[in-house]
Design a protein around this ligand. Structure first.
Ligand SMILES: [Zn+2]
Ligand SMILES: [Zn+2]
Length: 352
């Protein structure tokens, strides 16, 4: 596959990303700012929070993690744009992952801003971030991994692998539910929501037809592809959702993509095509490996695939993601009749 390298919209921002640094707070265009908010111990390093100027303050797209460092960076970024945290009128959250949603509650506390989320993600908030509900989620993750053939000894470690990051989220119920096609009604902005399930069930992008920009969250990024995985809170076939969502944004007439990580770029349609081709290749590889074995569990298949580094060196948290991502591809192939699942103590996968 020829890999298209997208054109960065701002070379300095791309260079900062490539050089392992945090880019500058910058004015993207009149009335619109980009504020990098650092993420602790994560290779993504920062979330790009977008600040949209309104007649009486600002709205922000995504918020960052709930750490003091992130909060201070957000406040400092707003100050560069000429605003205080109390000027924030609304927080549009692309999806419930901690790096996007974690700080939203604190921003609301300080400013009285509303928080907007898609209902499909709003539904998951309590189970994911409330201490009283979390045990059942871990138990369901454990059961899913067991059916994938994860060895007994590794199960506990993997099932609880995301517990350590829960403190970077304040559980905040949204004030506004935003559905596909909703106009946000921000004065001076023709912002419309595009529901893009896949990476998370309620992922939202926001498009401004007049400014011809797409705020893409984690849905489409310049270099990396977002994790699309089966897990207890995903739908049964999240990869089908994701590929449909890619087709939905590919149609949009925009000149610039403003993602939540890495750097902003041009050529949305070409980038979408590259990501789709990546999943096609992955599906073909998995179908091949299933075909070479006579019934294998998902975990066994995952250990035989090509990853960015040798399987033995992948840490537990990422192995779980790798397993659940493999399962998403298997579920997609199963729905198309290209592989067959035989359910049992462990689900085994056979060639169709
Ligand atoms: Zn995410
Ligand atoms: Zn993210």
């Amino acid at each position: 596959m020829t890999k298209l390298v997208v054109t960065p919209a701002n070379v300095a921002q791309r260079d900062a990303w490539a050089g392992g640094a945090i880019p500058e707070v910058e004015r993207v265009r009149p009335g619109l700012w980009s504020v990098p908010v650092p993420i602790p111990v994560n290779p993504l390093r920062y979330v790009l929070v977008y600040v949209l100027e309104l007649p009486d303050g600002v709205a922000i797209i995504d918020a960052g993690w709930n750490t003091d460092e992130a909060y201070d960076a957000l406040v400092a970024g707003l100050a560069v744009a000429g605003y205080a945290i109390t000027d924030v009128k609304g927080v549009l959250v692309t999806h419930i992952h901690p790096d996007h949603y974690g700080l939203a509650g604190r921003v609301r506390e300080m400013s009285g801003a509303w928080i907007a989320l898609h209902p499909a993600d709003a539904r998951l908030v309590r189970e994911r971030y409330d201490d009283a509900a979390i045990d059942s989620l871990v138990e369901r993750e454990r059961e899913l991994l067991r059916r994938c053939g994860v060895p007994e000894l590794t199960l506990d470690e993997l099932a609880g692998a995301s517990m350590m990051i829960r403190h970077v989220v304040t559980m905040a119920k949204p004030d506004r539910l935003v559905e596909d096609g909703d106009e946000l009604g921000l004065p001076g902005w023709d912002l419309r929501a595009v529901w893009t399930p896949g990476h998370s069930p309620g992922h939202l992008c926001f498009v401004s037809p007049a400014r011809r920009v797409l705020f893409s969250g984690d849905h489409v990024l310049a270099k990396i592809t977002p994790i699309v995985a089966v897990h207890p809170q995903s739908g049964p076939n999240p990869l089908a959702d994701y590929l449909d969502s890619l087709a939905a944004v590919r149609k949009l007439d925009v000149e610039e993509v403003l993602p939540a990580h890495e750097y902003r770029f041009l050529e949305l349609a070409e980038r979408v095509d590259t990501v789709m081709a990546h999943h096609d290749e992955r599906l073909a590889e998995i179908e091949r490996v299933v075909g070479s074995l006579d019934g294998a569990a998902c975990w066994d298949l995952a250990t035989r695939l090509t990853w960015s580094r040798p399987w033995e060196t992948i840490p537990p948290f990422m192995r779980r993601a790798a397993n659940n991502e493999t399962l998403a591809h298997l579920a997609w192939l199963e729905a198309r009749g290209r592989v067959r699942r035989v359910a049992g103590e462990q689900d085994l996968w056979f060639p169709a």
